[in-house]
Structures are given as structure tokens and as C-alpha cells.
Write a protein that binds this ligand. Structure first.
Ligand code: AP5
Length: 220
């Protein structure tokens, strides 16, 4: 049996992790594992976990490491994760990164690439303020940069698009501050590993994707 080779997208809120992770998932045929999407699905299901996560997420803070590690560990046991997954928004703290290393060591799998997307805060705010998402299939749009064919309607499944609760200006500011305090230290955590790659997130989504494909190919 071959080892799982996982890919991690790292970067501030709004740099394009979800957009690029969805593309790379199709390109490499590996599942897209977004902890944000999984937590939002729990919130929608009305589960106990979802109720606990909802208030935290709407405020822009991070959900507890224990909850996140539980949902990730469970996700990795599914059959489709055996060859590897594309993590989006995970790990998000040094504690989560350590826990992931231990989990992978036990399972004999490894991190094939850490794709750190970088972008100016000004552009991040512009991207998040105009974001619209499909609550049914998860497609991501932007009112200006990537509008749907019919305003407010998902191209892929026809559902009504929504603005995320945490895409309000004051919550965006909080999320950026939380990123600096809790997640930015992960850059130092991964920086010296051969898997680490810094990706310029500026430019059209196609251009950024081309940089990502190049980086992933380099990592073999
Ligand atoms: P999560 O859902 O992970 O959100 P995030 O990290 O804040 O990232 P975003 O989804 O906001 O941005 P993105 O980088 O994916 O950008 P996107 O591609 O959408 O987390 C939400 C919350 O869940 C957290 O705050 C926390 O509470 C909790 N959580 C999740 N994971 C956790 C964890 N591991 N630990 C603890 N808590 C956790 O793009 C943004 C916009 O830009 C879109 O409109 C898109 O169309 C547009 N766009 C993308 N690329 C381009 C481009 N190249 N040019 C122009 N526009 C572009």
C-alpha cells in the first residue's frame, strides 16, 4: 500500500485557499478537506458540536484545537483519504500542526507540500467583502472578480448564494488579527521543510493556480 501524501494550504483569511484548494482537488483527484466547511456543516446540522462552534466562528475566533483535531482525525479514516487529502484552513495553530505530525507519523503518511499563499491585507479585505458562497455545493464567487452568470444564483447547482456571517468588516478585521496571533507562527514551523512553498496570491485565480501547480510538481 502506498503512503498518503497530504497537501496543506496555509495563509490568511481571504487569500484564496478555498478557491485554489477546490481547483487542486480536481487536478490531483484528491479530496478537499476544509475544516471551515466541515464546521459550517456541523452548525447547519444543529448538532451539539455545531452549536458550540457557531458563536466562536461568527466572532472570528478559532474553534478549540480538540474539536478540530477530532473532526480531522475522523475524516482521515475515510476510504477516499488513503492516498492523501488537500487541507484548507488546517492546521491553524502550532498545537494543531504538532498533533497532525503525530497523527501522520502513526499512520506512516507524510506532508507532500505546504502551500503558503501571501497577499496584501487591503486586497484580502476587498476579496472577502465581495465573496458569495453556495450553501449547497460550496462553490465560491466574488461579485466583481468571479461573478455567477445570474446574479445571486450558483452556476453549478442553481441554489441562492449567501454572504458568510464572518465576512462582515469588523469580523474580517478580527479574523486577520487572530491569523497573525495564532496561525502566522506556522510559517516558521514549516518554513525549513523541503515541502514548504511560498506562493504569490496576487493576480487572477488562473495565474495563482499555475504557480501552485508548478510548486506541487517540484515536490514530485
Ligand atoms: P475558514 O472557512 O477556513 O475561513 P478562512 O481561513 O478565514 O478563509 P476563507 O474561507 O475566508 O478564505 P480563503 O483563503 O479560503 O479565500 P477564498 O478562496 O474563499 O474558517 C472559518 C472559521 O472556521 C474560522 O474563523 C474559525 O472560527 C473556524 N475554523 C476553521 N478551521 C479551523 C481550524 N483549523 N482551527 C480552528 N478554527 C477553525 O477567496 C476569497 C474571495 O476572493 C472569494 O470571493 C473568491 O472568489 C475571491 N478570489 C479568490 N482568488 C482570487 C483571485 N486570484 N483574484 C480575485 N479574487 C479571488
Amino acid at each position: 500500500m502506498s503512503l498518503a501524501r497530504h497537501i496543506i494550504f496555509l495563509g490568511a483569511p481571504g487569500v484564496g485557499k478555498g478557491t485554489q484548494a477546490q481547483r487542486l482537488s480536481q487536478y490531483l483527484r484528491l479530496p478537499h478537506v476544509s475544516t471551515g466547511d466541515m464546521l459550517r456543516a456541523s452548525v447547519q446540522s444543529g448538532s451539539e458540536l455545531g452549536r458550540r462552534a457557531a458563536a466562536v466562528m461568527d466572532s472570528g475566533a478559532l474553534v478549540s484545537d480538540d474539536i478540530v483535531m477530532d473532526i480531522v482525525a475522523e475524516r482521515l479514516t475515510l476510504q477516499d483519504a488513503l492516498a492523501g487529502v488537500i487541507f484548507d484552513g488546517f492546521p491553524r495553530t502550532v498545537h494543531q500542526a504538532n498533533a497532525l505530525d503525530q497523527l501522520l507519523q502513526h499512520g506512516g503518511s507524510q506532508i507532500a507540500a505546504v502551500l503558503h499563499i501571501v497577499l496584501d491585507d487591503e486586497e484580502i479585505v476587498e476579496r472577502l467583502s465581495g465573496r458569495r458562497v453556495c450553501p449547497v455545493c460550496g462553490a465560491i464567487y466574488h461579485v466583481r472578480y468571479h461573478p455567477p452568470r445570474v446574479s445571486g444564483v450558483c452556476d453549478q447547482c442553481g441554489a441562492a448564494l449567501l454572504q458568510r456571517e464572518d465576512d462582515q468588516p469588523e469580523v474580517i478585521r478580527k479574523r486577520l488579527a487572530v491569523y497573525q496571533a495564532e496561525t502566522a507562527p506556522l510559517v516558521a514551523y514549516y518554513h525549513d521543510r523541503p515541502a514548504y512553498h511560498r506562493i504569490d496570491g496576487d493576480g487572477a485565480a488562473d495565474e495563482v493556480f499555475a504557480r501552485i501547480v508548478e510548486a506541487v510538481r517540484e515536490k514530485g
